[in-house]
Design a protein around this ligand. Structure first.
Ligand code: GLN
Length: 581
């Protein structure tokens, strides 16, 4: 790498203050960048804004690709607690990322990879590795130009890999955070190097409306933007997040203090659904402003845009128009924080829109569920999901929920841990293996139907010992899984687990009626389980995380089958009974 770098610079490192490695084939001026930063506070929905804007350009026929830049020093999000950071989103290549990558995949209907996710940890490990390899020979390795140089390289490599017209760079956190300062400096340099009409900065800010005053105040927004300008970054577009539409006066103040014309200071007030954001940005004219700022008008394909908008409008027009209602119980350890289950919420929402059904999720803490109260606690549920999870807490309650679903013919969908718990429940209560359990919860259990994957046993340490990413699944013909996947013999699902069904119990489980309808194509790894439909209307579990691959216009088939079965269940059982908690 070092010799390539030096040759692109055409001079030795000692002679220059620049460190700007350019990947082979990079076309300056062809790849454009939209850099989205947040001021005032985090949690403004930078990912939603950025993906919505990216979608508008994608709809116009351009190739877009996003990247999320995280300030933390973890290499990936794999060891982060979902309670603090939201769910860990797994990409097809096995990269464990921030949940925002899920927003991008859903809105852009695109498969992303490790190149779309960057952490300070990744950058620093590259810097240290290159230092040892002698790539920076003769130089003391500095934040500027070396660390910033690696950040720019990562962005340009992505531009080439994705063959992107526009790269959407979302800088995590808020302007002023120490941990994101290197990213901002790298982006400033990028704008300087790429030249005119190549990089545009969008500042997402927040307009406060204190209840005691009853009016919107712009000062915090102004100060945040000022901070950005102190770093040498001039935003070209300012999106003002707020509860209510941002008034003209406040926009004028922000416009004047930030040197940004009024037409590029837009109100991004709360909307009913995130899927309305693309159209809201379009109506505010932001897409056209970006085209002008980046000189992209001649790359627009009008016909493609019309087609894309028609499809999208079909989806958006159905939001909030549902005629049917169902309640689905979700047993979740992190019941206090919905972000931990973001993809499940989205997958169910997609199905609800397609099936014309308003789906209410009821979060169930299983630590207090037992045989005596399970029927009462789940009385108003037309379907039950046991999602993924780690650790023993609440597992016995989950098994009770699954038993209730199986015996009372309530539609059931088990996701990863929910698949494993369904196998344990069946082993215990149908196959008579009373000591059945997972070695994750009871290493000494009499019948370890769920055990650690043989190939994972060899791997030491916490980070990186899971079976991760997209894997092929062979679907058994004639099963419900086959029907849901339109009789495809092979499908692809995403995984994140350490444990699996121990193959020695498969024969016995199947003899007692359990159907393993999805398996690994060559190894004895069970990936989908179900009960025949004459036994139960919908009882399915998967070792995978199908929620990760549901998209608004392409809802995930297992979720579709499950939500449809829940609608049928509600129809047969009329109104939900009154909620008893
Ligand atoms: N704890 C289980 C395992 O490691 C399930 C993991 C999950 O639900 N993602 O296999």
């Amino acid at each position: 790498m070092s010799s390539e770098i030096l040759s692109t610079l055409g001079q030795s490192q000692e002679e220059t203050e620049f460190y700007t490695p350019m990947p082979a084939g990079y076309r300056k001026g062809h790849h454009k960048y939209v850099i989205v930063v947040g001021t005032v506070m985090s949690g403004l929905g930078k990912g939603i804004f950025s993906s919505s804007l990216a979608k508008l350009l994608q709809d116009k026929g351009m190739r877009v690709t996003p990247i999320k830049m995280e300030g933390y020093y973890n290499i990936d999000s794999g060891t982060l607690n979902p309670y603090r950071h939201g769910e860990v989103f797994v990409l097809d290549d096995g990269m464990e990322t921030d949940m925002d990558l899920g927003t991008y995949e859903r809105l852009l209907d695109q498969e992303l990879s490790a190149s779309n996710f960057c952490t300070n940890g990744q950058i620093f490990s590259i810097v240290l590795k290159k230092e040892r390899e002698g790539s920076y020979l003769g130089r003391d390795v500095q934040t500027i130009p070396h660390v910033t140089g690696e950040v720019k390289l990562k962005l340009r490599e992505l531009a080439i890999k994705a063959d992107a017209d526009v790269i959407f760079v979302e800088v995590g956190g808020t302007v002023g955070d120490y941990e994101n300062a290197v990213y901002l400096e790298a982006c400033r340099q990028l704008a300087y190097e790429e030249g005119e009409a190549s990089v545009v900065f969008v500042a997402l800010t927040y307009v406060l409306e204190p209840g005691t005053l009853g009016e919107q105040k712009s000062k915090a927004a102004q100060l945040g933007i000022k901070r950005l300008m102190e770093m040498g970054i001039m935003p070209s577009i300012i999106a003002c997040r707020a509860t209510n539409p941002v008034n003209e006066k406040v926009r004028q103040k922000i416009s004047m203090y930030a040197n940004v014309p009024m037409r590029r200071v837009v109100s991004m007030h709360d909307v009913e659904s995130i899927y309305l954001v693309p159209e809201a940005l379009r109506e505010a004219g932001i897409d056209r402003e970006v085209l002008t700022l980046l000189d992209l008008h001649d790359r627009v394909d009008q016909r493609q845009e019309d087609q894309a908008r028609t499809k999208w409008r079909w989806f958006v027009d159905r939001i909030g128009r549902a005629q049917k209602h169902v309640t689905i119980g979700v047993t979740g350890k992190y019941t206090a924080l919905r972000d931990a289950y973001a993809s499940i919420i989205k997958a169910v929402e997609h199905c609800g829109v397609h099936l014309g059904c308003d789906v209410q999720l009821k979060w169930i803490d299983t630590t207090t569920i037992d045989e005596s109260n399970v029927a009462r606690r789940l009385a108003d549920c037309h379907g039950i999901i046991v999602p993924g999870g780690f650790g023993v807490r609440g597992t016995e309650g989950k098994i009770e929920c699954i038993r209730h679903a199986r015996e009372s013919r309530v539609p059931y969908l088990g996701l990863c841990l929910g698949f494993q718990m369904a196998v344990i429940e069946y082993a215990r209560n149908v196959c008579g293996m009373t000591g059945a359990n997972s070695t994750e919860f009871d290493p000494q259990c009499a019948t370890p139907v769920i055990d650690i994957l043989p190939e994972q046993k060899k791997i030491e340490g916490l980070g990186g010992n899971m079976r991760l990413g997209g894997k092929d699944v062979e679907v058994k013909p004639g099963t419900m899984a086959a029907r849901l996947f339109s009789n495809a013999s092979r499908i692809r699902l995403r995984f994140r687990h350490r444990y699996e069904v121990d193959p020695q119990f498969i024969e016995s489980l199947e003899r007692h009626g359990l159907v393993f309808s999805g398996k690994h194509p060559t190894q004895p790894i069970m990936q989908i389980v179900e009960l025949p439909q004459d036994v139960h209307p919908f009882f399915m579990g998967t070792q995978a995380h199908p929620e990760l691959t549901s998209r608004p216009l392409r809802p995930q088939p297992m979720f579709m089958g499950f939500v449809q079965a829940s609608i049928d269940f509600a129809h047969q059982h009329h109104q939900p009974q009154t909620q008893v908690v």
